[in-house]
Ligand binder design. Sequence first.
Ligand code: UDP
Length: 425
Amino acid sequence: MLQRVELGQLRLDAYREIIGDEAVEAILRAAAPLRGLRVLHVNATAFGGGVAEILGTLVPLMADVGLEAEWRIIEGSDAFFEVTKACHNGLQGMDLPFTAEMQATWRQYNALNARWFEGEFDVVVVHDPQPLGLLSFTEGRGARHWVWRCHIDTSEPNPAYWDFFKPYIEGYRAVIFTMREYVGPGVEASRVHVIPPSIDPLSPKNRPVAFATARQAMVRFGIDQARPVALQVSRFDPWKDQLGVIDAYREAKETEEGLQLALIGSLASDDPEAGRYLGRVRERAGGDPDIHIYQNLPSEEVAAFQAGSDVVLQKSLREGFGLTVSETLWKGRPVIGGRAGGIPLQIIDGENGFLVTTVAECADRILYLVRHPRGAELMGRAGREHVRRNFVITRLLADYLELFGALMQVGEANGREAGAEAPTG
Ligand code: UDP
């Protein structure tokens, strides 16, 4: 069987203080008829990136409200993950080849993982393109409903990739996208569900830390707490534009000489391209002692940087959602974000941060936030409220429960039509 990701326990009740009694009760009501529902989430990695971050909380919460929820990951070789990284980029529109050999590698590993797929489930949620072929290669064995959860923007895909993947997508009863604008060409509207991701306000990464405490914690990483700090937390990836961040920092530093830049990045196991891009980032940093590059920091340290930096950036050129934005807003810090993907859902320009397109704009906003700490604080407060209302993990849980409820109803109706016995549980 596919490798299971072991998770701790979480209690929905713990979120009551944040989301209120009514929201908790609504979730419990939606979950009651789904008690015992066997749900499997499958993705490619247990660490690094937003999907792993979400599943680590979502799956235990599903279990807490009575579902039999589990999370498993597929296996792949370095060659497979090279290919899936290209698929990720190609589906987001990058101009790059998709050779017959690459396609064969993707098929080969999906077929292998399909062979390892065991168990009986009511719903399997397959995340992103890496394991997308599981449904096709298992021929649907082992699950009543298959859902594809696409975390990326497929609105303008490279046709070589889209034409290859589209038939695999078409097998799924439901497909979830972060935004309606992300839905790729020709996906049948009736199967599309729009569900933005969300953050766990109670995870070690998002627990409140006071600005001063956070700042103190940054000192042992070589940060001078007396001088302003700009930060970006992202996988090392061209779409995240760490190179542009360095350029914007340099431009701002011409005016604000004391400015420091912290780049925190992870090297996920399914992302072989990251190491190469990190090399380019280091090169662009060019030994500047005020640019600090960190890899694979523990969550608590990432949190300290998010809470304690004067300016937090997410200058993505393309983005799925950009969880780092909500994580930072939740800590009461405004964010300067690229006008890309799900970032404008989270940043209301001028209210809880700024949306930027160019390096010059970005530099200008960095200077503004460094020079207006009180304004930054107020924007941060507005950001926290925006996240509380829209991007807390319990909202995601509620959306999934609604989808599962709808799927089970459709399933039961079909069963009755076909004269099958009503499904139990
Ligand atoms: N992250 C982290 N350490 C890093 C880089 C990223 O913990 O060095 C986390 C980050 O806090 C966020 C997730 O990884 O929770 C990245 O999700 P996001 O949606 O921003 O981007 P993705 O990687 O999914 O494109």
